[in-house]
Ligand binder design. Structure first.
Ligand code: F6P
Length: 361
């Protein structure tokens, strides 16, 4: 594909740490190795919907080392507004996918790098197929639930933030002889809770993949007390359900529902069952907003370089992925289909059990 001169890049879905590092790497590879121009599309597909199309030129002076350190995305992003059923604000929905295809053409793009999760890829792929766009995907999500890659950009940083929270909760828990419940993110998958709970020395880790009972958790807390320790650390993933199987969610503007509140539920039940003073911390978006960890910077950089190489090779409709200590690429279709929740028989669950951590079952 020698004629490729101009590529677009956009961030889509919820932000996380490492998005800017992907862009920085892609710009370096595209500019230094191939002499291409890179355009950053603003606010995900929203930028391609607007007229004039909203973008900024990303050149080398803009993507210095500082960009790699920065959390968030300099381009902006959105996790709302499916272009195939776009909310028009008056209760109606419209298929605006052709406008996005038009935006891509207006910019004269030869290819597009989409940095997103499974939801974003499903939409971007549908648009690419409809309009014949050359799409390459880079996986990002703090939830780490894309099965085709061992790791997604943003996960390691989110785990680091949750571990730091446990490091900070432990001394105050010990000082006041309390049980501390930490609610962490992870839409439908317990990867953050499991990794952070192990690395942060939790006594109990609750994940949506393993059913729990309050009595089992209370029993663990009693054992901890009987062993002479005056405090307990409990990590609960936001997607954990109540004892009767209910989801705990909050409703936001536009009727959007998000997980939130299971920590309070567990904290209250645990306090009643054990009589222990209990406090709850909801970590929330802190997990998404910090500077990327070294590991995320490395993965993001490797992904950005490989994504551009795929374009150079004319290999489209593929997502870069991490596998067996290196970067590979897989069909986006496969990547969307392969959802990865926590394996209840996997290494980390076994490790947690081996450490005497209760998983509530
Ligand atoms: O998918 C990433 C994620 O951070 C989830 O862990 C969380 O449930 C959700 O996004 C929060 O979404 P929002 O930023 O819209 O509140």
């Amino acid at each position: 594909m020698t004629a490729t001169k101009r590529i677009g890049i956009l961030t889509s879905g919820g932000d996380c740490a490492g998005l800017n590092a992907v862009m920085r790497a892609a710009v370096h590879r595209a500019t230094l190795t191939y002499g291409w121009q890179v355009l950053g599309i603003k606010e995900g597909t929203q930028g391609l919907l607007k007229r004039p199309v909203q973008y900024q030129v990303l050149d080398l002076p803009q993507v210095d080392g500082n960009m790699m350190r920065m959390g968030g995305t300099i381009l902006g992003t959105t996790n709302r507004g499916d272009p195939f059923a776009y909310p028009m604000g008056d209760g109606t929905f419209k298929d605006r996918s052709d406008e996005i295809i038009g935006g891509y053409r207006e910019l004269g793009l030869d290819a597009l790098i989409g940095i997103g999760g499974d939801g974003s890829f499903a939409i971007l792929r549908k648009i690419a197929q409809k309009g014949g766009l050359n799409l390459v995907g880079v996986p990002k999500t703090i939830d780490n639930d894309l099965g085709a890659t061992e790791v997604s950009v943003g996960f390691d940083t989110a785990v680091g933030v949750a571990v730091e929270a446990l490091d900070r909760l432990q001394p105050t828990a010990a000082s006041h002889a309390r049980i501390m419940v930490l609610e962490v993110m992870g839409r439908d998958a317990g990867h953050i809770a499991l990794s952070a709970g192990i690395a942060g020395g939790a006594d109990v880790i609750l994940i949506p993949e393993i059913p729990y009972s309050i009595e089992k958790i209370a029993e663990k807390m009693r054992q901890v007390k009987a062993s002479g320790r005056n405090f307990g650390l409990v990590v609960v993933s936001e997607a954990v359900k109540t004892a009767d199987g209910g989801e705990v969610k909050k409703v936001f503007e536009g009727g959007e529902k998000r997980y939130g509140g299971i920590g309070d539920y567990i904290g209250e039940k645990l306090a009643r069952a054990t009589g222990a003073e209990t406090r709850v911390t909801v970590l929330g978006h802190v997990q998404r907003g910090s500077p990327p960890s070294p590991r995320d910077r490395l993965v993001a950089s490797a992904f950005g370089v490989h994504a551009v190489d795929l374009i150079a090779e004319g290999k489209f409709d593929r997502m870069v992925a991490w596998s067996n200590r290196g970067v590979v690429d897989v069909p986006i279709e496969e990547a969307i289909a392969a959802y990865a929740s926590v394996d209840p028989e996997g290494t980390l669950v076994k490790t947690a059990r081996g450490l005497g951590i209760s998983l509530g079952d």
